[in-house]
Design a protein around this ligand. Structure first.
Ligand SMILES: Nc1nc2c(c(=O)[nH]1)N[C@H]1C(S)=C(S)[C@@H](COP(=O)(O)OP(=O)(O)OC[C@H]3O[C@@H](n4cnc5c(=O)[nH]c(N)nc54)[C@H](O)[C@@H]3O)O[C@H]1N2
Ligand SMILES: Nc1nc2c(c(=O)[nH]1)N[C@H]1C(S)=C(S)[C@@H](COP(=O)(O)OP(=O)(O)OC[C@H]3O[C@@H](n4cnc5c(=O)[nH]c(N)nc54)[C@H](O)[C@@H]3O)O[C@H]1N2
Ligand code: SF4
Ligand SMILES: [Mo]
Length: 690
């Protein structure tokens, strides 16, 4: 007799990834899943999925999942043996009591709910804001990922949406992947790219190293980190000079003018070559490919915006589809993120109706400075004496991690972490609460990489005593006296109400059909009805202050904006800490399969440099700067410029020989514009006398 195959239940991948894959989860029984598959009948996911999530049973059924609330009774940072199980009631009472005590002493701004996108589900991710706003706790300027890229994209285009990536497969003649290692970070996109390649479309990848994506490219622009503005400006120079710009489009849809044309006159390929290390010939070849093929699709990633000039460079690169009029064509135009495509009224989730605009806003990526009491960061307000953390692991992922650790070590800091695992951050907490995974709770998802809105229900029962984020937020609200209708609703009711307020079908209907395609019609998707700027034009010369409070005066036109961490005789190399394939930020570092596939932390160094340093593959070198230094095994890698090194990340600190993670070297300086972490903008030295 053949065994019946397990039931497959629809779900959505919640991880912090543009793909937000539509999933089919094999349900073995009420507590167990089998394999996970990408939904075949979703036209973006198209049955593709990353290996990490295919093998999710290993994560959701991991023996190290947190089972019950814990109180720390031993030292910070030593692990599970420092904790004692307690009940949910005891844990929540203690957190509420400590918050109240601190509030009485210092005012409500002394408490900082700190969160990010461990789950991208809107209710479980952003509900913490409702508690924050209802209580007047310190706010968060979310800069760790998309602040710089958002500002740069919106500067020209005006809204966080772009052309549907499903157009690539059948219509694009050229695809440009700019600063995104899609094979690692959004593998579904590659399904659409390979469909185009099979038709003969050309793939151009712009990236400092020949990563897994660049290996598939017809043209790899292997530039210096932080030099994208120079390359983009030179491309525009060539397009204008060789009459490959679309002058009618420029006149009708953009603010293009003679002053910009004069400015670009001096931005020659030779000028850009000296800055970027890319040959003038390659820049001309690139310009001709995009100029002669207006059906060019640009997929702009986050990677190239993680620099001090990142927002500026995103804007410079986003000028290219406007210069050639690519937006006019099916298969042409660009996408950075579609997260503003489905316009949702999130009042019930985030409590935007109860925000006090006078509460201070703290820079998420400066958590080290903030916890260590930097008065500039604290803006004249009280110290942070209590943290509530959900969906993020700042000890591992934040810049300047030595400072972050120092902050968490403070005796007078009370920390509550709600987590699935005892992360490095949870190990520093006073109270740890066990969290459900997406398979155990409800949520609603939009996506950066596609056009679908998805609503999900639990596939299995919660593990042990784990509870969803929504539960924790509502229970704390009850104890703290926070007032908002959202605290009295179930997660499902909030999803339903959010959809209703936004004019979408109800939650049950969308759940039954698994997703709702929010794609706009051709003219709107391609901005032929106008960009979302005040004058409906694309802006080559943007008004940066539309993004918010600006921290620097940015150049007027696309250019090379030389504000990155510069090399010197002492620090002659530049470090890029690009994401590893088998990890997702700090997640999946707990699963044996991911770790085994990644091997160990290494530093990719060019063989000529290894010869100079007299080191071989596998030898140890020390890399460092003014902040810290780290011992790493060498991986000889010739597919990068000689003065650039790559450490694929983010490995747990314990996997580094001396226990210090890669973010010890990354600065917490904010990117120019409205801020943003600068993970790929670090000048370093390399030494062999370890
Ligand atoms: N060196 C270097 N550092 C980087 C980057 C880099 O490229 N290089 N990238 C940066 C970027 S882009 C980002 S976005 C950050 C992200 O950094 P993090 O925010 O730490 O990212 P994640 O690992 O996605 O998620 C954090 C935690 O959320 C938890 N979690 C997941 N779902 C839930 C849930 O439903 N409830 C609760 N309570 N917890 C949940 C997971 O268990 C995980 O431990 O890292 C940044 N750090
Ligand atoms: N496997 C895996 N998938 C992930 C993640 C992960 O950690 N692992 N993280 C998730 C998250 S939170 C995010 S935000 C996305 C990010 O995904 P991406 O948009 O792909 O961005 P990054 O991963 O930061 O960087 C991508 C590439 O940018 C390159 N880069 C660095 N500096 C520069 C530069 O100055 N110019 C140019 N042109 N390129 C540069 C890096 O070398 C790297 O290859 O991926 C998500 N998906
Ligand atoms: S590719 Fe991204 S969205 Fe899809 S399953 Fe993997 S992590 Fe999730
Ligand atoms: Mo991110």
């Amino acid at each position: 007799m053949t065994k019946a195959s397990p039931q497959r239940i629809h779900s959505t991948c919640p991880h912090d990834c543009p793909s937000a894959c539509a999933l089919e989860v094999e349900k073995i029984d009420e507590r167990t899943i089998g394999r996970i598959y990408g939904a075949k009948n979703n036209s973006y996911t198209a049955g593709t999925l990353c290996a990490k999530v295919g093998n999710y049973a290993e994560r959701v059924h991991h023996p190290d999942r947190l089972q019950s609330p814990l109180r720390r009774t031993g030292n910070k940072g030593v692990g599970i043996k420092a904790f004692t199980p307690i009940t949910w009631g005891e844990a929540l009472d203690e957190v509420a009591q400590r918050f109240q005590q601190q509030s009485e002493k210092y005012g409500n701004e002394t408490i900082w709910p700190h969160f990010y996108a461990g789950t991208m589900g809107l209710v479980q991710r952003d509900g913490i804001d409702r508690l924050r706003h209802a209580m007047g706790y310190s706010r968060q300027h979310s800069t760790i990922c998309s602040a710089a890229s958002d500002a740069g994209w919106k500067a020209g285009v005006g809204a966080k949406r772009g052309v549907d990536a499903r157009e690539i497969g059948e219509h694009s003649d050229v695809v440009v992947l700019w600063g995104t290692n899609a094979v690692h970070t959004q593998v579904n996109l590659m399904h659409h790219v390979s469909k185009a390649s099979k038709r003969g479309a050309k793939l151009i990848v712009v990236d400092p190293y020949r990563n897994a994506t660049a290996k598939k490219a017809d043209l790899h622009i292997m530039l210096q980190p932080g030099s994208d503005g120079a390359v983009a400006s030179a491309l525009m120079h060539v397009l204008l000079k060789e009459n490959l710009a679309d002058r009618d489009y420029l006149a009708g849809y953009t603010d293009f003018n003679n002053e910009l044309e004069d400015h670009l006159e001096t931005k020659t390929p030779e000028w850009a070559s000296a800055i970027s290390g890319v040959s003038a010939e390659e820049i001309i070849e690139f310009a001709r490919l995009i100029g002669c093929n207006p059906k060019t699709y640009y997929r702009f990633g986050y990677g190239f915006t993680r620099s001090r000039n990142g927002a500026f460079n995103m804007h410079a690169a986003s000028c290219l589809p406007a210069m050639t009029g690519a937006w006019k064509y099916k298969g042409g135009g660009g996408l950075y993120s579609n997260s503003e495509l489905c316009k949702l009224d999130k009042t019930m989730i985030v409590g935007s109706d109860v925000v006090d605009p006078d509460t201070r806003v703290l820079d998420q990526s400066r958590i080290g400075e903030i916890l260590c009491g930097n008065p500039v960061d604290l803006q004249g307000g009280p110290p942070i004496t209590a943290l509530l953390i959900q969906n993020t692991n700042p000890m591992m992922v934040s810049p300047s991690s030595v400072k972050v650790k120092k902050g968490f070590e403070r005796d007078d800091l009370f920390v509550c972490v709600h987590e699935q695992f005892l992360t490095e951050t949870a190990a520093m907490a006073d109270i740890v609460l066990p969290a459900t995974t997406f398979l155990e709770h409800e949520d609603i998802y939009v996506a950066g990489g596609h056009t679908f809105l998805q609503v999900t229900k639990p596939v299995i029962q919660p593990y042990a005593d784990a509870k969803p984020n929504h539960f924790v937020i509502c229970e704390l609200a009850k104890r703290l006296g926070a007032q908002h209708a959202g605290f009295k609703m179930t997660a499902w009711e909030i999803i339903d109400e959010t959809l209703k307020l936004s004019g979408f079908p109800d939650a049950e209907t969308i759940h039954q059909q698994h997703w709702l395609d929010c794609a706009r019609d051709f003219d709107e998707a391609h901005f032929l009805t106008g960009f979302e700027t005040p004058d409906k034009k694309f802006h080559f010369s943007p008004n940066w202050s539309r993004s918010g409070k600006i921290n620097a005066t940015l150049p007027k036109f696309p250019d090379h904006y030389a504000v990155t961490d510069t090399r010197s005789d002492i620090k002659p190399f530049r470090l890029v800490t690009a994401p590893a394939r088998q990890f997702l930020n700090s997640s999946f570092t707990e699963t044996a399969t991911s770790k085994k596939r990644e091997g160990r932390p290494t530093v990719k160094i060019h063989s000529d440099i290894c010869d100079q340093l007299q080191v071989n593959d596998g030898d140890l070198v020390r890399i460092g700067n003014d902040q810290a230094s780290i011992l790493l095994h060498v991986e000889i890698y010739n597919e990068l410029q000689k003065d650039v090194v790559i450490v694929e990340s983010i490995w747990p600190s314990e996997n580094f020989i001396e226990g210090l993670g890669i973010n010890a070297l990354v600065s917490s300086d904010p990117g120019h514009g409205i801020g943003g972490a600068v993970f790929h903008d670090t000048a370093i030295w390399i030494k062999t006398d370890s």
